[in-house]
Design a protein around this ligand. Structure first.
Ligand code: TTP
Length: 234
């Protein structure tokens, strides 16, 4: 299985740092943020990795990652931040079959091998990962019944569940037939939630519950929490 790390975007919630640098070089304790999603893939046996970032910042990632990791990296530019699903589409030439997508600002520390095996053996076209959180209204949340996801709601005011949909997704290459059918949201982006909902509507979505650690480090609070965790764990 190949992997894709998305490291574009605007990073508005981490301004003013992101006015002059890309979010994914900001430190989580003593390492740049992007090392974590890359490590999530490598630690789970995925060593062919496509990194997608902005025209201004992609060069820095080549330097950083080639020096740090012994993996087979490819790079692609997303010319403008038109959404996570828009960025996934840029992986079309890189992907051959099933692949993983991890958001560059998500830290996932877990053994994913059982979930990956389950996805590879299944006839589902998309697997999302859920993590129980105390503040679900900040995230997309999924309602499940047995083995099935029955609903996904983006940032619900009154969440039905505590299951946040985290920034890690497994797809088949069929995803490239779906993305062109998405419409841009009110904020002008092709939304990953709309993409995943299309699988839900078609009965092609499966899920896995994350046992390990998860941090969304796209905000100052998330960054601080993750940095503390890493520092204490070191
Ligand atoms: P978001 O946190 O949804 O967006 P953002 O990074 O622009 O930040 P903010 O909301 O604070 O303005 O993005 C989640 C991840 O997806 C992040 O690691 C960057 C990546 N991403 C892309 O690669 N391309 C995109 O067009 C967008 C919107 C995000």
């Amino acid at each position: 299985m190949k992997g894709v790390v998305l490291a574009g975007g605007r990073g508005t919630r981490l301004r003013p740092m992101t006015d002059v640098m890309n979010k994914h070089v900001l430190p989580v304790y003593d390492e740049p943020m992007i090392f974590y999603p890359v490590r999530t893939l490598i630690d789970n046996g995925i060593s062919e990795i496509l990194v997608i970032s902005t025209p201004e910042h992609i060069g820095g990632y080549i330097q950083l990652l080639e020096e740090e990791f012994d993996a087979d990296f490819s790079y692609k530019v997303q010319k403008s931040p038109e959404g996570i699903a828009h960025a996934v589409r840029l992986a079309e030439d890189f992907v051959d079959d099933r692949f993983a997508v991890v958001l560059g600002d998500n830290i996932v520390i877990d053994d994913l091998s059982a979930s990956i095996e389950r996805f590879e053996a299944s006839d589902s076209d998309c697997m999302i990962f859920l993590k129980e959180v105390s503040d679900p209204s900040r995230y997309g949340v999924a309602e499940v019944a047995g083995d099935e996801v029955v609903d996904i709601t983006e940032k619900p005011a009154e969440p039905e569940t505590n299951n946040a949909v985290i920034g890690l997704y497994l797809y088949t290459d069929e995803v490239f037939d779906r993305i062109p059918d998405l419409n841009k949201s009110d904020r002008g982006e092709l939304e990953i939630t709309d993409l995943n909902e299309s699988y839900l509507d078609d009965g092609r979505l499966t899920y896995s519950v994350l046992d390990g650690e998860w941090f969304d480090v796209g905000t100052p609070d998330g960054l601080l929490k993750a940095s503390r965790f890493v520092a204490e764990d070191a």
